[in-house]
Design a protein around this ligand. Structure first.
Ligand SMILES: O=C(O)CCC(=O)C(=O)O
Ligand SMILES: [Mn+2]
Length: 206
């Protein structure tokens, strides 16, 4: 797609409907073992709009007392996160152009009114690896800015099956989700949107 900042690549419809259904099934299996939880903001303890889980050797979590971080275990069950499903490891192989596998896959579930404020993904050590993001279910309005807060932004609509890669000069760009468009997809039987982000966390030593 043209018009996006250098380093952002949008692959509309990367996953066809059967592949999306298989991914939803894989996510359901993950959340059976690692239930969705409500993350809270550092210091204020304010709940985020999304519910979260993870798969991979590390998962991203946040709470009032300990803030943003990666850890190998679920904050409520204390168990290790389930493994990243093979289809997502394959996606990373196909689009990340990075010689080491992802360690974390953050799962965000958005209800009809959920959103996510503009932020950078910067809790990883390895910024030379991209963040690879998959959208499933209802459409959303995704906002992308530059690498400084308060600069100009643009918005694109992400649809079920789309993949977006934030890499290179855009790895630390501000981004967020302004809104969900309820009822725009039949993929999830109770509606809503799932976002999956694959991340390399520790330095790959290159
Ligand atoms: O839901 C999305 O598309 C973006 C999610 C995101 O930016 C994050 O989890 O850090
Ligand atoms: Mn993010």
């Amino acid at each position: 797609m043209t018009g996006l900042p250098e380093g952002i690549v949008h692959y509309p419809d990367h996953f066809d409907r059967p592949a999306q259904e298989a991914l939803v099934e894989a996510v359901r299996n993950v959340v059976r073992a690692a239930p969705l939880f409500v993350p809270t903001m550092p210091r204020t303890g304010k709940p985020m709009h999304v519910r979260m889980s993870n798969c991979g050797s590390l998962g991203w979590v946040t709470d009032k007392d300990n803030g943003y971080r990666y850890q190998p275990t679920h904050p409520q069950t204390g168990r290790n996160w389930p493994p990243i499903p093979p289809a997502l490891l394959q996606l990373w192989e196909d689009v990340a152009s990075f010689g080491a596998p992802p360690e974390a896959c953050l799962i965000n579930f958005y209800g009809d009114t959920a959103k996510m404020g503009l932020h950078q993904d910067r809790d990883e050590e390895e910024f030379s690896a991209p963040v690879v993001s998959v959208s499933l279910g209802d459409d959303c309005l995704f906002r992308i800015g530059g690498t400084t807060r308060g600069g100009p932004t643009r918005s694109i609509r992400l649809r079920s099956g789309d993949v977006i890669v934030l890499g290179g000069a855009a790895r630390l760009c501000f981004h967020g989700v302004d809104r969900i468009y309820p009822g725009t997809s039949t993929l999830l039987k109770d509606g809503g949107r799932i976002n999956l982000t694959l991340r390399r966390v520790s330095s790959a030593g290159k």
